[in-house]
Write a protein that binds this ligand. Structure first.
Ligand code: NAD
Ligand code: DAU
Length: 351
């Protein structure tokens, strides 16, 4: 094996696409997926590659420093791609401490363990932190987030991700740890946990349940197909400049209400319902506390310096995504379990 790479959070939504890409594209890399398997981690996401020779799953918690040290001592990683996180903004509002522990303490544990195995010997080594556009705060109707935009996180989730980014940069500056960071916009695609807007809406329409839209549905997100994000991660991991940050985005802004109307049209078609049936389920509910108005990413640095491009046909990708959820009833059934139902009740019913 030419390299041993640790991918944290590989059983989650984006992590599973990154693990698949690396395992299939780099047969000479050993890919170790370290994941706690929280409610969001699902090994079913990787059932197509889990018997590959260059893939290894390790169950464990990045907040446990002794455990993290032992894994690093055992595998002597050449690279780390860190995705493990508590990732849902609404959960961070209900329970911030989980986010502080996993997203901040967990990241520091990985940084420390990385320093301990690499010491001064950092040639061809890289610690890559996967971050979010939410660290930049919220935009008004104009402008874009660039890599120079000042950090201004507004939710416990985004503040915990911003803290992690600051620590990663501090280890670069202080200890010369070779690092890179990318900040991506909203991802969509197969395998996203159905607490997030798109899979939640598909799931609810299928079950004839209300479609909860926060506030007036005027908030704007920049949607990127998850495999485009995985490809950007591959590019940045191999070609990114040490100490640099790269923004990744879809150049694809939608208000939540327009996106949900689009989804409703597709669902009416797929479920053979008269046009307008699914949209009747739209229900405006109390807004998310501190709800960021708009995110929009300027990814020109990544495009110009590393030659990255995103998929152009959003409509096609979006339809394929909806079809994936419609054809993955078993995957959804396995998720619509006790823990998720409890969260759903707390978030949407007991206001
Ligand atoms: P996800 O919630 O689907 O998956 C997170 C994974 O991390 C799960 O498999 C979970 O089991 C694991 N995990 C959580 N806590 C852990 C711990 N203490 N120890 C080990 N594993 C743990 O998240 P996602 O949407 O795939 O996001 C992945 C990363 O990308 C996160 O860092 C997130 O901040 C970032 N990101 C996400 C988006 C998006 O649109 N989803 C956009 C930009 C950046
Ligand atoms: O921008 C990147 C971020 O995108 C990632 O860092 C986060 O991990 C990821 O969860 C996502 O955050 P958002 O808060 O933007 O995603 P979410 O799917 O939760 O919500 C998308 C928009 O839809 C947001 O404006 C809130 C709104 N929404 C969401 C839910 C779950 C609703 O109106 N109703 C809902 O029920």
């Amino acid at each position: 094996m030419s390299k041993t790479i640790l991918i944290t959070g590989g059983a989650g939504f984006i992590g599973s696409h990154v693990v698949r890409l690396f395992v299939n594209k780099y047969p000479d890399y050993k890919i170790v997926n370290l994941d706690k398997l929280t409610y969001a981690g699902n090994l079913e996401n990787l059932s197509d590659i889990d018997n590959k020779e260059n893939y290894q799953f390790v169950k464990g918690d990045i907040t446990d420093s002794k455990f993290v040290e032992s894994v690093f001592q055992k595998y002597q990683f050449d690279g780390v791609i860190h995705l493990a996180a508590e990732s849902h903004v609404d959960r961070s509002i209900l329970n911030p401490m989980e986010f502080i522990n996993t997203n901040i303490i967990g990241t520091v544990n990985l940084l420390n363990a990385t320093r301990n195995i690499w010491k001064e010997n950092t040639k061809d080594k890289l610690f890559y932190n996967i971050s979010t556009d939410e660290v930049y705060g919220a935009l008004g109707s104009e402008g874009f987030f660039t890599e120079e935009t000042r950090y201004d996180p507004k939710s416990p989730y985004s503040a915990s991700k911003a803290s992690a980014d600051h620590l990663v940069r501090a280890y670069f500056n202080t200890y010369k740890l070779p690092v890179v960071i990318s900040n991506c916009s909203n991802n969509y695609g197969p395998n996203q946990f159905p607490e997030k807007l798109i899979p939640l809406a598909v799931n609810n329409i299928k079950n004839n349940k209300p479609l909860p839209i926060y506030g007036k549905g005027e908030n704007i997100r920049d949607w990127l197909y998850v495999e485009d994000h995985a490809k950007a991660i591959d590019l940045i991991f191999h070609k990114g400049k040490l100490g640099n940050t790269y923004n990744i985005g879809g150049n694809n802004e939608w208000t939540n209400i327009d996106l949900i109307h689009k989804l409703c049209e597709i669902m009416d078609d797929r479920l053979n319902k008269p046009s307008g049936t699914s949209a009747k389920l739209i229900t405006f509910v109390k807004d998310r506390a501190g709800h960021d108005l708009r995110y929009a990413i300027d990814s020109s640095k990544l495009q110009k310096e590393l030659g990255w491009k995103h998929s152009v046909n959003f409509e096609k990708r979006f339809e394929q995504t909806v079809d994936w959820y419609l054809n993955s009833q078993k995957w959804l059934d396995n998720i619509n379990s006790g823990e998720y139902e409890k969260y759903y009740e707390k978030q949407y019913v007991k206001r």
